[in-house]
Design a binder for this molecule. Structure first.
Ligand code: PMP
Length: 402
């Protein structure tokens, strides 16, 4: 049962006030709030289990290791990867993409090669690839989009050629809410033997993702955007690819045998996990994934879709309102008349409404749209129609002030 009152009670922060008003938290695209069970699981681990994982023969270390590896299995199941060898823990989407860009770049990218990204990528799926291009003398190619915020697949097809080494594309735009046809994007790349990375930072929190169905070669997401802790994320990679990549960082955990003359590396996934992992955050992430799974990703999706449609309808009636993109997925980016996005965001904040303003770490997309920034409201499983009403009332109030 999707009981929104019960659900909201799981998130203590939602009942706090800001400026003496009830908090209306609509900045979920940036980060989500945490249910009690996640925080309590992490506190419980620190209080009762804490010990470094993998290296200890003692009881606590083994218990911590079990929790850590169960966490990996929870992630594997959640994304339907074939094996836990394909689930690497990182600090988040950004680190996942940097890891891949570095390792893939070292192994497979050379002078004159091409890397394809899309026009609506977050900086974290542009800059690491630009850095590879600079290091290796390769070139970044960009899949264009329509004014409405949809990728142009025919142009994408024309970009693919013998020099294309990898395609990197976001599943869902953090600005426009566009859900990209990633299965088709993967299929078109695979027809030419090119691997694909999907940035899943904005898809995993909103609908079920299935690695075997998507058939992408790599997939990245962040724990903190899916009700888990900060500082933990995942890079999924097909085993065959991960086997071919060199390690990222060197240190403990990632080695099999070390001498001053020569080092051999550990098996997957440990080859890519140098140093003490954030095992407490992994446990927290696993509890968060269990939490959303218990609610049902399909129920979360239905709830958020209804909210987004309701919000788009109400907001669409406001005079001077411009909504960017097709708002398919729990995100509405907008501008009203010539009210600056920063003014709108600051004044909404005074009414207790938290939204995000600016370029949303997607400056090239802003250039494409010919704007400096937008106001972005982004929804989560715990938001309500009353909160959408508060947003709409808030926007109208700000307009009256101008
Ligand atoms: N990609 C997308 C689409 C995002 O929305 C974000 C976060 N705004 C990121 C990547 C980066 O995620 P993180 O900051 O958690 O590494």
């Amino acid at each position: 049962m999707y009981n929104i009152e019960h659900i909201r009670n799981d998130f203590p922060i939602l009942s706090r006030q800001v400026y003496g008003r009830p908090l209306v938290y609509l900045d979920n695209g940036a980060t989500t709030q945490k249910p009690r069970c996640v925080v309590e699981a992490m506190v419980g681990e620190y209080y009762n289990v804490n010990a470094n994982v993998h290296r200890g023969v003692h009881f606590l270390s083994q218990q911590a290791t079990d929790l850590h590896e169960q966490g990996r299995e929870t992630v594997r199941h959640f994304i339907n990867a074939r094996s836990t060898a394909e689930v690497l823990f990182t600090r988040g989407t950004t680190e996942s993409i940097n890891l891949l860009a570095f390792c893939f770049g070292e192994a497979f990218i050379g002078e004159g090669d091409e890397i394809v990204v899309s026009a609506m990528e977050h900086h974290s799926n542009i800059v690491p690839w630009q850095m590879v291009c600079e290091r290796k003398g390769a070139r970044l190619r960009v899949v264009p989009m329509t004014d409405g915020g949809e990728l142009l697949l025919e142009d994408y097809g024309r970009l693919l050629n013998d020099r294309t080494k990898i395609v990197c594309c976001t599943h869902v735009s953090n600005v426009l809410g566009t859900v990209n046809p990633v299965k088709e994007i993967v299929r078109m790349a695979h027809d030419r033997g090119i691997p694909v990375l999907i940035d899943g930072a904005q898809s995993t929190p909103h609908f079920a993702v299935d690695m075997q169905d998507l058939d992408c070669d790599f997939f990245a997401f962040s724990g903190h955007k899916i009700y888990g802790p900060t500082g933990i994320g995942v890079l999924y990679g097909k085993e065959a690819w991960l086997e071919k990549l060199p390690p990222y960082q060197g240190g403990g955990e990632m080695i099999k045998k070390v001498t001053f003359e020569h080092t051999t590396y550990n098996e997957l996934p440990y080859k890519f996990e140098a140093g003490t992992p954030d095992y407490v955050a992994v446990h927290g992430l696993a509890v968060a994934l269990d939490y959303v799974s218990a609610l049902g990703m399909e129920n979360i999706y239905a709830h958020e879709q209804e909210l987004t449609r309701y919000a788009a309808l109400q907001m669409g009636e406001i005079e001077g309102m411009k909504i960017y993109g097709p708002h398919h997925d729990a995100v509405i980016s907008f501008q009203v008349g010539n009210i600056h996005h920063l003014d709108m965001g600051t004044l909404l904040d005074r009414l207790g409404i938290a939204v995000r303003t600016g370029h949303h770490c997607a400056e090239p997309l802003m250039h494409r749209l010919g704007i400096e920034g937008t106001v972005r409201a982004s929804f989560a499983l715990y938001n309500t129609k009353e909160e959408v009403d508060a947003l709409v009332d808030g926007i109208k109030r700000v307009m009256r002030m101008f």
